[in-house]
Design a protein around this ligand. Sequence first.
Ligand SMILES: Cc1cc2nc3c(=O)[nH]c(=O)nc-3n(C[C@H](O)[C@H](O)[C@H](O)COP(=O)(O)O)c2cc1C
Length: 230
Amino acid sequence: MNSELISIHGKTATITEALETRHSIREYLPQPIPETTLKTIFEKALRTPSWKNSQPWKVHIVSGEKKDLLARNLTKAARESTPQPETNWPESYPSDAKKRMFDLGMKIYGVAGIDRKDKEARDQFMLRNFAFFGAPTAVFITSKFDLNFFVGIDLGCFVQSVLLLAREEGLGTCPQAALGAFPDVVRASLELPKEEKVIMGLSIGYPKPDSDLNRFHTPRESAEDLLRFY
Ligand SMILES: Cc1cc2nc3c(=O)[nH]c(=O)nc-3n(C[C@H](O)[C@H](O)[C@H](O)COP(=O)(O)O)c2cc1C
């Protein structure tokens, strides 16, 4: 499918359409999401499979003033301190992945009109993560489980369910590891017990139309390189 022709607006009819038209949205309209729509998405996502049906997730859906306060507190923490994630953020990657990550940064900065050498501009752009890119609703995925590999897979499956269901409802999303960078800020705001770890989050809302950032699409490696049929 020609990515230029992919619409980011309106509902989708099939999973294929949701999968093909979903991509990370990093500019939103302030328009709130109806509560019934949020309930539909997150209640359906609870059907996600997990290791022995263990269901390691808790999901916190935050809108309105509480979301605005969290945005301010997270942005302040990101300005003043270094990330303290409770998950193991990867430290090294295979060289081909490094290239893809470098290309992603180059392209996003290019679309956002940021000179790669301008650290101040890059930092400001990064901070937009913590204001949920202007989305009306922020979501935090937490877990009381020991964070082993399969819990990570279960939580990843859950996040993908949400991304596709949101797309089906005509909403945009951005999954964000960044939202797990300052767990104490989230824990204090949502009054979570200490044993509930903040894994990651996502922004969800109506994509801002005519946004270069929202039109930006990441490529994928080819099926020939990644798939083997026996
Ligand atoms: C686990 C995970 C964490 C991510 N964390 C961030 C993040 O913190 N900030 C951000 O802007 N994008 C984040 N992304 C979005 C990825 O950059 C994006 O999914 C990837 O480049 C593919 O692009 P697409 O989502 O537009 O198809 C994350 C995605 C995943 C799956």
